[in-house]
Design a protein around this ligand. Structure first.
Ligand SMILES: CC(=O)SCCNC(=O)CCNC(=O)[C@H](O)C(C)(C)COP(=O)(O)OP(=O)(O)OC[C@H]1O[C@@H](n2cnc3c(N)ncnc32)[C@H](O)[C@@H]1OP(=O)(O)O
Ligand SMILES: O=C([O-])CC(=O)C(=O)O
Length: 379
């Protein structure tokens, strides 16, 4: 047994997966052999979900059937909506609200009592959870802002329907396509911390409804998905400060802080998703007649790259993209979950198919054995 300590499990190989491959030096990401650039440009989020869960790109018939199955599952049970309403009234954090509401879905899922490893039941459960997450996020956001929830529509795509429920208005083509592409880009990314969390839970043979809230919890942290919200808050802080972007970054680093949206455990170069999203951020700025957010971002990117050797990750440019789409800043991470649910489910399915309990070990560095026990009233 190796005694080498791998803090953060860095570089440790723990599973085989057919889902996504990352070349951290070349800045390349593929899902089941397809490059993220091609998928972002050509495929819808529904096609990518099908690819991840079923192993191949769907034919038109397969896609139509899959899209129908998903879109009919968008409604929430009245009790789940009541839970969402209560969480909004309590001013719950959006990721915590999503975690709680998703956990409650099992109570109303007809397959809740199926064997945890039943693949067909898991595909049905997965479709239901994936279809309902946008409804939960949109209803929560509207309710806490004092608006009534907007019921989902079955005739819109996953991306269109979310923006429609959020704004009570059908999105134009640019917004719908940009959002769909953002969902495609975030759908899977190897054994990132939230995906690994879902794998650990499912490796105990706990069910899908137990694994997914673990993924949401892990994604919420500022070192992982929570960074997209932090990035936008940082850009807003820079704007308010009136400082030049470079000065603002220097001050932040001098204060011992990290710059959200930079650095990555796997990429040593610019994250390919950030490359695609930076183009989108620029295009939205041009359409709106102001490149302010894009220019702040590129100036920071250039300086940090040259002076710290750090490159932007996916969260850096999704932030200004979502901001220019008018999406509230504190639901950027729930939106990440809306997409990553695709990868979580796919990895849980792989885990069940070839399961071994995930259980590493820690090196004990506490007091030696043989400590003398003293009864509580003598201490
Ligand atoms: C979807 C995603 O999850 S993408 C990641 C989103 N998270 C963020 O953007 C948060 C900011 N980034 C970070 O904190 C890190 O880069 C992580 C957590 C993503 C990766 O961390 P690790 O692989 O553990 O790298 P580690 O934390 O050891 O950093 C290596 C060095 O780079 C520095 N560094 C890494 N990221 C940053 C950053 N964003 N700002 C400033 N310095 C940084 C560290 O201080 C460290 O320097 P040191 O060796 O002099 O101490
Ligand atoms: O892979 C990681 O560690 C983080 C990441 O970029 C993701 O989950 O998309």
């Amino acid at each position: 047994m190796s005694e080498e300590l791998k803090k953060g499990l860095e570089g440790v190989l723990v599973a085989e997966s057919e889902l996504s491959y990352i070349d951290g030096d070349a800045g390349q990401l593929i899902y089941r052999g397809y490059s993220i650039d091609d998928l972002a440009r050509e495929a819808s989020f529904e096609e990518v979900l099908y690819l991840l869960w079923h192993g191949h790109l769907p034919s038109s018939e397969e896609l139509a059937a899959f899209t129908d199955e998903m879109s009919t599952e968008r409604q929430l049970d009245e009790n789940v909506l009541t839970t969402v309403r209560q969480l909004a009234e309590a001013d719950e954090n959006p990721m915590a609200a999503l975690r709680t509401a998703v956990s409650s879905l099992s109570a109303y899922d007809p397959d809740a009592d199926a064997e945890p490893t039943d693949r067909e039941a898991n595909l049905r459960k997965g479709r239901r959870i994936t279809a309902k997450i946008p409804t939960i996020i949109a209803a929560f956001t509207r309710l806490r802002d004092g608006n009534d929830p907007v019921a989902p529509r079955e005739d819109l795509s996953h991306a269109e329907n979310f923006l429609y429920m959020l704004n009570d208005e059908e999105p134009d083509d640019v917004l719908a396509e940009t959002f769909d592409m953002a969902l495609v880009l975030h759908a899977d990314h190897g054994l990132n911390a939230s995906t690994f969390s879902t794998m650990v839970v499912s490796s105990t043979l706990a069910d899908l409804h137990s694994a997914i809230p673990a993924g949401i919890g892990a994604l919420s942290g500022s070192l992982h998905g929570g960074a997209n919200q932090d990035v936008m808050e940082a850009l807003l802080d820079l704007d308010e400060s009136g400082k030049e972007p470079v000065q603002w970054v220097k001050d932040k680093l001098d204060a011992g802080e990290r710059v959200p949206g930079f650095g990555h455990r796997v990429y040593n170069v610019k994250d390919p998703r950030a490359r695609i999203l930076s183009d989108k951020s620029k295009a939205l700025g041009e359409a709106a007649g102001s490149l302010k957010w894009f220019e702040y971002s590129t100036e920071i990117e250039e300086w940090i790259g040259e002076n710290k050797g750090l490159a932007p990750n996916v969260d850096f440019y999704s932030a200004s993209t979502y901001y220019q789409m008018g999406i509230p800043v504190d639901i950027y991470t729930p939106i990440f979950a809306m997409s990553r649910i695709g990868g979580w489910i796919a990895h849980v399915l792989e885990q069940y198919d070839d399961n071994r309990l995930i259980r590493p070990r820690g090196r004990y560095v506490g007091p030696d054995a043989g400590q003398e026990f003293t009864p509580v009233d003598e201490r």
